[in-house]
Design a protein around this ligand. Sequence first.
Ligand code: FES
Length: 126
Amino acid sequence: MKAPKALFLEDMPAGPPTGTLLAKLDDLPDHGGKDLLFYDGKHRLQLIIQRMGEQVYVYENRCPHAGTPLNLFNDQFLDHSGTRLICRTHGALFEPHNGLCVLGPCKGMHLRPVHFELRDGAIFSA
Ligand code: FES
């Protein structure tokens, strides 16, 4: 299945405007993640920010299987090996670099990537 186009957050209901600070790199330890929620009183938009070494990945926090967030209650998105994102609901595994589900009920589907900009040691919506 073809990967979905990346989201521009400001085009999404509840999405922040371009240039909004999403996270500082110093606040994300290597292999650390962050669950970010935007809510405008009507719509929710939930994001995954995952750091892996010098790389940062940002996805909509919505599993392509059942539409739930990947995490259940904290900022832990990696599986026990620390190499793949995991959905805690039914265990789907995703490649961090492209969001492809490689194992589980949504195998072959993708997480929705989000446009972002990395500058001055921080991650901003783009
Ligand atoms: S909701 Fe994610 S694997 Fe089922």
